[in-house]
Design a protein. Sequence first.
Length: 380
Amino acid sequence: MSTSQHLSEASRAAAAPSAPVTAEDAAASSVPGARASASMQPATVPEGHPASAAPSGNAPAATSAAAPAMRPFPVPTSYFSVALGTVALGLAWRHGAKVGHAPAWAGEAILALAGAVWVLLLLVFMAKMLRRRDALRLELQDLVACCFISLIPVTSLEIGIAVNPYAPGFAWALVLASLAGQLAFSMYRAAGLWRGLHTMAATTPVIYLPTVASSFASAGALGALGHSDWGLLFFGAGMFSWFSLESAILARLRTGPALAPAVRGIIGIQLAPAFVGGNAWLAVNGGQVDVFLLLLVGYGVLQLAFLMRLLPWVLEAGYAMSLWGFSFGLAAMASVGMHLVAAGQLVALGWMLWWLGSGLVAALWVGLLWLAVRGRLLVR
């Protein structure tokens, strides 16, 4: 059973006026191995499963102990973060080659790896849709886990940019389909919560995905395909969504129960809005390092400093798949850094962002392969 299922029960209790839950209770419920609902079958979850980030408050109520058990699906949708971080890094290295600071084969090799992972994950997700609708339904009903569904169109938008030099027709079709998908899911997920369905416990950086990450990725894809005017519309949607969510997320992180050690990697999503937004801005403004980009870089560097300060706390449980929450922001940071280098502005900072972002995404891959070798990558 995934940790998010444990957490859903705790959040439902917290949401009921007649059954207040203390901060200690909520914190305890966030630890893998907490009490499961009677209708679920316990299962081992990979360390740091990102879908177990926080109580959801929107899962089906527990049934009797005689209810049939549900097998966990072995590949959570949150694993699309592997493809997303990898393709974003490949695009950064492609830009590095374009400006003469990286070998061309490196970026294309990274993009090929990302494409292979993306295809594999899409096939797995389709298998879930066809053969495990129970698992998909539970994921959609969970306030935390359902946010990761946004990673599918977001990753597909980045793949569209990657394949555009080779197959522009396919790239454009993929971008259009992904735009429609991300807008539809944003309407379902973000607008649906305006009916009072959200909880403070589920207000983590994961909620950036349906609106902020999706809109910035859309702006970047449209800019890359030559439609900067439409890209600016999506950039505005992403920027103001970011501003509206940031204070709520930070308030929850500061005053709510601490995230469980195995899922603290999702806090790395805090790095993404400034740097992913910076990449989107570069895509729609013609690649110019201007005042607005420097403002975004400044805030991104501040978030990086905060996350470095918290790194020992984040790593208390060792390597966990939740650490891939850092990947999109790190890859975008590398790309922005290369733009600074190429423009001859803040060159030392640019090189630092480039190598740190690239190196840490590579480290995430080393950890993933280590989990796979140990047989701990899939949910059991």
